[in-house]
Design a protein around this ligand. Sequence first.
Ligand code: ZN
Ligand code: ZN
Length: 193
Amino acid sequence: MRSFTTFTLQYAHRFYGFGGEAQYLHGHTGTLTIEVEAPINEGVNMVFPCNEIKKTAWEVLRNFDHALILREDDPLLPAIQAVYKNQGIYDGTETNTNMGPAFKTTLAAAYPSCRIVVTKETMTVEGMIKIVYDLLKDKLNISKITFTSGDNGACENFVPLLMQELCPICGVELKENGRCPKCGYQNNKSIPE
Ligand SMILES: [Zn+2]
Ligand SMILES: [Zn+2]
């Protein structure tokens, strides 16, 4: 069975080098849906608790919310970084608190302190799906990602590859030592440390 959760992301971007109005900086409210597939965990009668999908994914995705997303070769990037630096907000402000850990993959790098995400490819809805899958594929057993932004949408199916052992009490993934990080449940396959 699959369980899924949906996120709303507000962001600004542009399609650098494309014709049409999308080459100008503009904003969207995007909706991202992540589906996770596994056999039903009999203890909790869930595939994976939705609030845990949300928590795990949001750690990464919050860096895209209220962010400026630019391609690495876009000349707007150094221009905006310079303005933020001059203004003294490049390294963060007290009120910029909705930040996940910075990340850098082959497809994207997040600079949470100034709410900029730099992408290798143009950040289309398809590009966003590739970035999100790459960031979360080792944490969630993803079977599908859907992203819509304005009138555009895209989705991709994935083969869920992770072999996760989930806690029978609260449904989160057990650590390598067989212990639940949330409730402390210990399976009997591993010897506790
Ligand atoms: Zn757009
Ligand atoms: Zn647990």
